[in-house]
Ligand binder design. Structure first.
Ligand code: HEC
Ligand code: HEC
Length: 189
């Protein structure tokens, strides 16, 4: 009797988690390509530029925290927005200047970074100017064990889609307890 009850509870739990993800998935698939429905707050909240950064740089993906990359990376990115990973993300000069200033103000080498931001940025050599957080040494080391099919599945699509697995990435929280991989669940290392 007890085991039947447990089984029923487990099934109910399973179904409700699955439908949660199904809802999330179908919401995303209505959007074009990478566009996401983002209600974002980053770790940063210094002024109106945060809002500008979010509205312009989080239309296709989350608002990646500026603390992940050094100033030289952000400068290079802002100079190459016309061909931004195969898309055109260019901005008018005024917005571009404001966003660049914001990114430089919060870049990994603009102030003392901490925790996971520091671990990623410290793994970047001085001679490198990465445009991808996901190509930094520490990032690759941390994500190397995730099976390919969990990344390629439609609920994730790309390792750059941080929020698909890091449920609090928008808040700058990447701690293991907030990792939940769609169709897999909690990550147990
Ligand atoms: C028109 C859509 C679009 C806009 C607008 C856009 N991006 Fe992107 N961005 C992309 C795409 C597509 C990728 C590659 C994603 C992938 O590989 O899955 C990307 C990737 C990135 C990455 C690398 C992610 C990683 O670690 O792999 C960073 C950093 C980034 N964008 C920053 C910005 C900034 C800063 C802005 C605003 C100035 C911006 N993006 C605006 C489409 C966009
Ligand atoms: C497919 C799911 C998935 C995606 C997408 C993903 N991550 Fe992760 N991430 C993980 C898992 C799982 C771990 C834990 C690895 C371990 O500890 O073995 C992790 C670990 C991390 C850590 C280290 C956490 C710690 O406690 O030290 C950071 C930082 C991080 N990810 C940032 C990112 C960022 C930034 C992005 C997007 C550019 C991203 N991740 C995309 C699944 C993902």
């Amino acid at each position: 009797m007890k085991s039947i009850l447990t089984l029923t509870t487990a099934t109910v739990l399973l179904i409700s988690t699955q439908s949660l993800w199904a809802e999330k998935g179908s919401k995303g698939s209505h959007d074009k390509e990478y566009r996401q429905n983002n209600t974002i707050s980053t770790t940063l909240n210094d002024d109106n530029t945060t809002q500008l950064y979010i509205s312009e740089c989080a239309a296709c993906h989350m608002a990646y925290q500026a603390e992940f990359l050094p100033k030289r990376s952000w400068k290079k990115m802002m100079l190459t927005l016309e061909d931004h990973f195969g898309t055109d993300a260019s901005l008018d000069n005024n917005e571009s200047n404001q966003i660049e200033a914001y990114l430089l103000r919060h870049a990994s080498d603009a102030k003392k970074s901490y925790g996971e931001f520091a671990e990623i940025s410290e793994s970047i050599h001085n001679s490198e100017t990465p445009l991808r957080i996901s190509e930094t040494r520490y990032f690759k080391k941390e994500h190397r064990k995730i099976p390919k099919h969990l990344i390629e599945q439609k609920e994730v699509k790309s390792i750059a889609n941080c929020t698909a697995c890091h449920t609090k990435a928008n808040k700058g929280n990447y701690s293991e307890r907030n990792i939940f991989i769609p169709n897999y669940g909690k990550w147990d290392d």
